[in-house]
Structure formats: C-alpha cells, structure tokens
Design a protein. Structure first.
Length: 579
C-alpha cells in the first residue's frame, strides 16, 4: 500500500491534465490540474525540508478549505511530518492547547483573523518555530525568522530535495477531537488507516473521475478529510471545488453543479425549511400544489407531472446534476430523508468516528434504509456489547491517542475492539441504528433512561426551534433550553400584528411562550410520559463554536452549555444545586 502523497501522485499520472481543484478568485472559478497540484506539493515539501523539518515532526494547519490546504497537508506528509489540522472555529485557547499538546514546530495559517489567534498565544508556544501565512499577511510583532508569507516560503524550494522514506503504517496526522465532553484528544491516524477506509468507502459510495464535489465542510474534520478529499480526489480522481463561503453556498452550487456532495443534517434542515417558507409565501394555491406533489406515488403520471413542474426546480437549486448526497457528523431526522427522497434527492446517511478514519457504516445509494446509518463498509466489523455500546474493529481503527496511554486503553480493548461510546442496534439485515451517546444518557429521578438526542431532533423539527438541549439528570422531569428560529418567530409575531424587535422582551411574551409550549407538546406527542418536556427556557443567543458550546460538526457540548446556563436550568429545576 502506498502513502497518501504517493497515492495522489499515482492518480495524478492517470489524469495529468484533468482538473483536480477549483477555487474562486476575482468572481470566477479557476482550475488547477492534477499535474499542477502534484508539482505544488513537491515544491512545498522541499521548502519544508529546507527549513529543517524532520520525519515525525508536527506541522499544524489553521485554514479554511482552499487548494493550499491540500498542499500543506500532502507536502508535510511527503516530507515525513505529521499534520495537525486545527478547526478554524476553535478559540485561541483551544488552538493553543492543540499546538502545545502536539508540539507542532510549524503552522500554516490563513487570513488575518486566524493569524491573530496564534499571535495572541505565541508566548505560550515554546515549540512553535515558524508561522507560514497562506496569504500576504505580514506581522509587525514577529521577527522575520519566525514568520513567512506564502510567496517568500515558496522561494525556499529546492528541485533537488530528497524526500525521506515513509511507511503506510506511519502516523500521518493527529486529529484533535472537538470534544463533546472534556478537552480535545489527539487521535493518531496512519496513511494505511485513511487509505484503507477511503478505498472501502468507495466500494459502496461510487465516486469516480467523472464526479465533481463542492467542498464546504471543514477539512480539519475527518468526515470531509476522508469523504470529501482523500476518497474522491486522492484515490478516485474526481474534481473538488471549494465553496467561497457558507453564505455563498447557494450561488456556488449553481456555479459548480456538483454531481455528489457531503453535508451535515443541519444543511438539509435549513433547505427543507426554506422550501416550505417559499411555497408558503407564494400563497395557498402554491402550498396546496406542493402538498399534492409530495403525495404522488413514484412511477405514476401524476408523479411525473409533479416532478417536471415542482421537484425539478428544487433539485436545480443544488445545481441539477446531483446523483446523491452523503449525510454524516450527526443524526439525520428520518422525516428529512423521506422528504428529500420524494423530491428526487437521495441522501445516504452514514456513521463514523475520528478514531475510525472515519467511516464505519453507510447507506448505499442502491440500498437506503431511512432511520438507519447503513451497513458496515467492507473490512469493518461491528458488534453490539451487552450494554448496547457499538464496538468496531478494522484497518481504519486508530492506534490510539497522542501521548495518552490511559485514554487509549479505554478506547481499545485487548482484542482490538474500539469502544465507540455510542449505543446502537443491528437489525437482521445488518443495518446499524444509533440510539445515543453512552455518557450523555439522562437517568431521571425515577430511574428511567432517556437519550436526549432523539428528543432534541424532534424539537428541532419545529420551524420555530433552531436549537435545543434537553436536561433532567436525576430530576423528577425533563426540561429544555430552546433557541428560537428568529425568522419564523418574527413572521409569527407579524401575523399577530405585534412588534418583534427586542429579543429579550419577545422571549417573555405570553403569546410566544404559549406558542413554544404548543410546539414542544406537538413535537413530543408520541414519546413516553417520562420523556415529555415539562418545562422550558427560551434563549436569546444561539449555541456557538466561538463560545465552545458546539463542535465544528454542530454537536452539542452539553457540559459547557449547562455551565453557561446554570441559572436558567436551576430555575427549571429549582431543587437542584448546580453550583
């Protein structure tokens, strides 16, 4: 088996003049061929070696998705180093923790905002020798020997540079988990971990050289790293286009017209809500026509008419060429999957972890079971422990955590099974379903076990609710923190001929509180009595990565949120002492 850079060079020889990467500059997308990208990787690796990088040294990357991310990643590996991606949503404190834990010598940084994060903690980073700016940013506070703009850095390349021998079994990256509980830990992954996982995934998710993907999920996360980069680009030879920004995603979809895409459930939720809002604004006739279309049976003449007149226009918002989409990073509401399937957009939900490189199971485009995360990919074994925990074994499983033997022993047992911390079920056809996180289970005062995520998914399905967090461990009843969807709430107030300018006043309004009581009761009407939400608190501020309340893949960091909203939780559970 080759290493990741070697595999890229093999693919580049197959498709030398084919477009590998697209990036937007000056209002238009520009192309880089496989040959151009390969030459760039070698040039950057040579410059790193000139600066004194040694095998197994750590090189950090703090940047949004762009061609230089690929260059920094594969060139560092070509020079024998270990890459350490840092989520751009990390605070300067979390970024400093990653850099200190990994002992990174160099860091590639994009833009002024990310550079400021590093500059603010430079005094704490004894091991950090070089900041390489991917842009023309210069720093007046750093000596020139510690700072290099990209253009100056590339001048250091040497055509005669000798690249060190590397093995597929070498650790090639440290991926710091964003940590829903506790501090981030550095997951060690090898070339073999990534390539075996990507190759197995490609057997069931058929990316090929004719595909074009639009990349907008962070490359610092393993989901996009393997599924949206290594598998389609490095192995399959597909074209990857980078979205300019999330704000411009709708425009970029129309420009690129992707044939496949990776996304998280939140994107599908937003698109779903916007579709309904658009039809609602058009009036009752349009809304009735849309509901009629959703009820048509596939294969009938009426469905053909509905597809031509309505559904095709929805698909065109994704560019009109999308064969399928993959959803990961969090649970996908089955109602969303069903809705998009009706409009002709196939969503294949999957499941994985950073520690498994990441794909464990995924629905195949040819065989989707809504509500499940698919069947294990080739070479990966899954079993359910006596307590319901999902255990995984296979070539993509990590060696463990960087310089953390205790956590590694908790992760991997003596037989090589990785303990995921997730609870799940396997059905008779081998489809895996996720129940919830083992550590996030709520045990009520009556001893009932409640998994909050399915309840939160039900709550978030309301058009009036953007985010929610269910609490109630060791309490008589469950309660919830609710972040309103402000667009929907303001529309509600407008329909009541009421002002909706001040959020703080709005959240105490009796009509608003009554609205949310109805929405919560409706969303949880089919759950057990002990799973009902007895009390709730409306929040003016959404959970955000900047406040370290959610991970880059939008998972809730429950302990952090509970700490930030102690007073609100205590008011809902007055007998509980949260101090």
């Amino acid at each position: 088996m080759p290493t990741l850079p070697q595999q890229f060079f093999i693919t580049a020889k197959r498709f030398p003049e084919k477009c590998a990467l697209k990036y937007k500059q000056g209002g238009a997308y520009r192309d880089l061929t496989f040959t151009q990208v390969a030459d760039g990787i070698k040039a950057v690796a040579a410059a790193l070696i000139h600066l004194g990088i040694k095998p197994q040294d750590r090189v950090a990357i703090l940047s949004e998705n762009r061609p230089e991310w690929v260059s920094a990643d594969l060139s560092s590996m070509l020079a024998g180093a270990i890459t350490v991606p840092i989520h751009t949503s990390f605070s300067s404190r979390l970024a400093a923790e990653v850099l200190k834990s990994s002992g990174s010598r160099f860091i590639f940084v994009s833009g002024r905002d990310q550079l400021k994060k590093i500059l603010s903690v430079m005094q704490e980073l004894a091991s950090l020798e070089k900041i390489i700016s991917l842009d023309a940013e210069r720093s007046p506070t750093l000596n020139e020997d510690r700072f290099l703009p990209w253009v100056d850095f590339l001048k250091l390349t040497d055509e005669n540079a000798a690249f060190p021998a590397t093995s597929p079994e070498d650790v090639c990256t440290l991926l710091y988990t964003s940590g829903t509980t506790g501090q981030p830990k550095g997951v060690m992954l090898t070339h073999q971990n990534f390539l075996s996982n990507a190759a197995a995934a490609l057997q069931v998710i058929p990316f090929n050289e004719t595909d074009t993907l639009l990349s907008f999920l962070p490359l610092s996360h393993v989901y996009e790293r393997t599924g949206g980069y290594y598998a389609p680009l490095v192995i399959a030879g597909a074209t990857i286009a980078y979205a300019k920004s999330l704000k411009e995603l709708s425009e970029n979809l129309l420009e690129i017209k992707p044939t496949a895409m990776l996304a998280m459930p939140r994107l599908f939720e937003r698109v779903h809500d916007r579709i309904w809002q658009e039809f609602s604004r058009k009036g009752d006739i349009a809304l009735r026509a849309f509901r009629w279309a959703l009820e048509r049976k596939p294969g009938t003449l009426s469905h053909f008419i509905a597809d031509r007149l309505i559904f095709s226009k929805i698909r065109n918002k994704f560019g009109g060429r999308l064969r399928f989409a993959v959803s990961g990073g969090a649970a996908l509401d089955p109602h969303l999957a069903t809705f998009f399937r009706k409009v002709g957009l196939l969503i294949c939900e999957g499941y994985g972890l950073t520690e498994t490189s990441p794909v464990v199971a995924v629905n195949r485009p040819s065989r989707v079971k809504i509500g499940a995360v698919g069947q294990p990919i080739p070479g990966v074994k899954v079993k359910i422990a006596a307590d319901g925990e999902i255990l995984v074994r296979g070539p993509g499983v990590s060696k463990g955590y960087w310089q953390d033997e205790k956590a590694t022993r908790e992760l991997l047992d003596e037989d090589g099974w990785l303990h995921t911390g997730d609870l799940g079920r396997l059905d008779e056809e081998g489809f895996l379903s996720i129940v919830g996180r083992k550590k996030e289970m709520i045990v009520t005062g009556a001893g009932k076990n409640v998994w909050p995520e399915p309840l939160e998914m039900k709550l978030n399905a309301s058009k009036y609710i953007q985010q929610s967090l269910v609490v109630g461990d060791n309490q008589k009843y469950l309660a919830a923190l609710i972040v309103p969807d402000w667009t929907a709430l303001k529309e509600f107030m407008s329909a009541q001929n009421r002002a909706a300018d001040d959020p703080e006043i709005l959240l105490r309004d009796s009509q608003v509180l009554a609205l949310y009581r109805r929405e919560i009761d409706h969303a949880t009407a089919d759950v057990a009595e002990y799973e009902r939400i007895a009390k709730f608190a409306l929040l003016a501020q959404e959970f955000s990565p900047e406040r370290e309340e959610i991970t880059p893949t939008l998972k809730l960091r429950r302990r952090v949120i509970a700490d930030h909203y102690k007073k609100e939780i205590q008011a809902m559970h007055p007998a509980r002492d949260l101090s």
